[in-house]
Write a protein that binds this ligand. Structure first.
Ligand SMILES: Nc1ncnc2c1ncn2[C@@H]1O[C@H](COP(=O)(O)OP(=O)(O)O)[C@@H](O)[C@H]1O
Ligand SMILES: [Mg+2]
Length: 498
């Protein structure tokens, strides 16, 4: 990109207008000066002809007094009646200047310097007026050389007046042109600015849209270019109208996406819900048959046991899916005060009961820590984290659960000294169905939904969850806004709305 194309449109338009006006001013000024000069020169030439006639007349009246017969020459022809101040005259005879002088302001004859005289010698004969520069006090002259019997007579008139007039003219034109340029530059700056203002507004609308979070949730794409800026009869209006059309399309597409997403969620939630009953039946019948059927062959008993345990596993998956679907739908969360110390105490004792092979440590705050939310879901969060620490670490590992208050937040940390999380999945460990490779191979592996639920519940409580994991140290930290904190109130309100 060159410098010019980086200029703003405004700057380019203003510069172009000013440059064109300047060019026009130069052309008009030049033409005016040339034509005035032609007219004035014509007039000087006419005066020169008149002066020449007077001089010749004077020369004829006193022929005897003209060179070469008279020595020194008496240049009365210069002072002939009617000659104006500055009139110059010279007599050339035999290639040499016999006399040269001019009338000064008071009408007296003044001699020329030798330099000026030699300039006069270069004047060509033929009666055609020409301009020469005599320098010194005299400056430019219009001279004509006419042949006399034995030489030539040069008559000249000063061009000082003409030059002065032209100077005045040029100064006048330049001044006016400069003023007009400044005026035009300022005016065009404001006109262009005014004309481009709708474009700024259109750009603003576009950038407003670009700041909207369009990637998820119900998107209200309410931003539009105003009707005034979307008039298709103007250039900017066409841009505005196109942007509005585009926003309309995008909005419709987002609505369609949201609708289909809602449909899928509702479907998953309905399907999970519907699956619960038959799964319970399968489990119940399998258990019943296994218990009552003493005469069943051994492999049938084994098969029934597997059916039962798989039904239990499937029920867990379906429950998790149902919970996730409901979290996605943004519903079903209580907003009661939940005291986390008590919650952690019971969660850790559950975990201790489930695995005596691990060392369970609990570290609580001295005072109660209360958040607003759904105690059952929060219990599930802690249970999932403790369950992972139990399932994904070898026997004998130490699991520490710590509750603390950090700023306006309650922080629940679950740490273990197990092998850590596979670095390949660490970055998307909170996504659904993401499991470490080791877990996959394990026959009793989980579903990969546990941490997704942790993240979903934390988010629904306006909280966050982070993980740090290296071999020998894995730490999950769940941050929840404390009851009474600004964020906690927002979370409570949000739940109220849904
Ligand atoms: N404390 C932990 N130590 C090691 N790996 C863990 C730990 N917690 C979670 N993981 C890894 O994260 C994966 C996802 O966990 P989760 O979502 O609970 O699924 P699941 O436990 O059903 O496999 C697990 O499969 C496991 O590989
Ligand atoms: Mg798990």
């Amino acid at each position: 990109m060159n410098r010019l194309s980086r200029w703003t449109l405004r700057k380019r338009l203003v510069v172009a207008v000013v440059a064109l006006l300047a060019l026009a001013a130069v052309i008009i000024g030049f033409a005016s000066v040339v034509s005035v000069q032609t007219v004035l020169l014509g007039r000087v030439d006419a005066q020169l002809t008149a002066a020449t006639t007077r001089s010749s007349g004077a020369a004829e009246e006193r022929p005897g007094r003209f060179p070469p017969s008279s020595e020194p020459p008496v240049p009365e022809f210069v002072g002939a009646p009617g000659q104006s101040a500055g009139t110059l005259g010279a007599i050339i005879a035999g290639g040499a200047v016999r006399y040269a002088g001019y009338l000064d302001a008071s009408g007296d004859l003044q001699p020329l310097t030798t330099g000026q005289v030699s300039t006069l010698l270069n004047v060509s004969l033929g009666g055609r007026p020409q301009s020469i520069d005599l320098g010194g006090d005299l400056g430019s002259y219009r001279v004509v050389a006419v042949e006399t019997g034995n030489g030539a007579m040069i008559v000249g008139l000063p061009l000082a007046d003409l030059e002065f007039t032209l100077g005045q003219l040029i100064a006048g034109i330049s001044g006016v042109a400069l003023g007009v340029l400044v005026l035009a530059g300022t005016a065009s700056y404001f006109i262009v600015r005014l004309a481009l203002r709708p474009l700024d507004r259109v750009a603003k609308a576009a950038s407003d849209v670009s700041e909207l979070p369009l990637d998820r949730g119900e998107v209200a794409l309410g931003v539009r270019v105003s009707d005034d800026d979307a008039d298709p009869n103007t250039e900017v209006g066409r841009v505005g109208a196109s942007i509005n059309r585009m926003l309309g399309h995008v909005s419709a597409a987002l609505h369609a996406r949201q609708a289909s997403e809602n449909k899928v969620r509702a479907f998953v939630s309905d399907a999970s819900h519907e699956l619960r009953t038959p799964l319970t039946s399968i489990r119940g019948y399998a258990e019943l048959t296994r218990r009552s059927g003493e005469d069943l062959p051994e492999d049938a008993t084994y098969a029934l046991g597997r059916i039962e345990s798989e039904a239990v596993r499937m029920t867990a998956i379906v429950e998790d899916l149902l919970l996730l679907a409901r979290l996605d739908e943004g519903r079903e969360l209580a907003k009661d005060p939940v005291e986390l110390s008590a919650l952690l105490t019971s969660a850790v004792s559950d975990a201790r009961a489930a695995s005596a092979d691990h060392e369970w440590v609990l570290d609580l705050e001295a005072s109660p820590v209360t958040v607003i939310g759904d105690s059952q879901r929060l219990m599930q969060v802690v249970a999932n984290l403790l369950g992972n620490a139990r399932v994904h670490t070898p026997a004998g590992s130490r699991v520490e659960t710590r509750l603390s208050v950090v700023g306006e937040k309650a922080e629940i940390a679950v740490m273990d000294n197990g092998p850590g999380i596979d670095p390949a999945v660490l970055n998307h460990i909170f996504e659904r169905f993401v499991r470490g490779d080791a877990s996959r191979q394990r026959a009793s592996g989980g579903t990969g939904l546990g941490l997704a639920i942790v993240a979903g519940v934390a988010e629904a409580h306006a909280g966050t969850v982070v993980v740090e994991s290296v071999p020998g140290r894995t730490e999950f930290r769940v941050m929840l806004p404390l009851a009474g904190s600004a964020k906690g109130r927002v979370a409570a309100k949000r739940e109220e709305l849904t």
